[in-house]
Design a protein around this ligand. Sequence first.
Ligand SMILES: [Zn+2]
Length: 116
Amino acid sequence: MEDPTLDLDTVRRELLRARDALTAEMGALTLVIRDPDATIGFGKRVGEGTTEAITRIERVGAANALQSKLADVERALVKVDEGTYGICDRCSRMIPVARLEARPSSVLCAPCSAAR
Ligand SMILES: [Zn+2]
């Protein structure tokens, strides 16, 4: 089931790097969510804190998006170890190499990913 054009060592390195980057991003974002005034407060109140609340919601949304990206990366790493990397988690078909190269953390084929 191994595709000769896909180098799993390279994939693993890329996934680990992506995981580090996402973890760092999450850490920074979580810090801001917990203590918004630490970095984004400018000491002035706009409206009744409405814009700040919106920013907060946006950040939580961004954190959720990061969390789901991170989950994919973690799952892809497990798949590399299991020997199931490149196989769709939902329909068990092979994920095209081009898709994996474009997005190494892909754990679903395009149709399944779109259906998610
Ligand atoms: Zn699929």
